[in-house]
Design a protein around this ligand. Sequence first.
Ligand code: AMP
Length: 198
Amino acid sequence: MKSICVFCGSSPGSTTDYIEAARLLGTTLANRNITLVYGGAKVGLMGQLAKSCIESGGKVIGIIPKHLADKEVAFEGISELMVVNSMHERKSKMAELSDGFIALPGGMGTLEELCEILTWAQLDLHQKPCGILNINGYYDRLMQFIDHSVEQKFMEQEHRDMIQIDQNPGSLLDKFEVYQPPVVNKAKWALKLTEDVI
Ligand code: AMP
C-alpha cells in the first residue's frame, strides 16, 4: 500500500482524543512510508493529521477546491497542494491517487466522503479497502444504523462487512493489507431482490 486517503473533520471536535488520534494516524502513515492523500486544509483534524505526517518525515498530497483555497484554509507546508475546480473533482482525484480510504471522526463532509467511497466499492467501481478509526466510539451509532439497513434489506451483509473498523491506525492498516473485496455486486443483488419480492 503506497498511499492512503483520509477523510476527517475540518473541526477539531470536542476532546483532545480526536486530535491525538489524527496525529497518531499522520505519524503512523509517515513511519510506514505511506503517502497521505487528504483534503488539503490546515484547519481542524485535517490540519493536525497533515502536520504530524510532515513532521514525522512523511509525504502529504492535499487536494483542495479553489473556492476553499480562496478562503485561506489551504495548508501551504505540505509536499504537494493540488487546487482543483470543484468538490467532485477533488473526490475523484483523491480516489484515483489512493490505495485505501480511512475516515477519522468528522461531520457532514466526512460522512459524505466515506459514504460515497463505500457506495463506489459496493458497485464494484473500485476494490480498495475502506475503514473507520472509531475513536471514543464516535461511529458506533452510524454502524448501528448500517446494521439496521442490512436488517431491513437495503444493504447486503457482505457490503456492511467490507467496512474495516479499529481504534488504532496501525491495526487498521494491517487489516487493509489482507483485505479481500466482497464478491457480491450491489446492482445484481438489487435486481435479484426486486425479482423475488415484486
Ligand atoms: P466536515 O467533516 O464536515 O468537517 O468536512 C470535512 C471534509 O469536508 C473534509 O474531508 C474536506 O474534504 C471537506 N471540507 C469541509 N470543510 C472544509 C474546509 N474548511 N477546508 C477544506 N475542506 C473542507
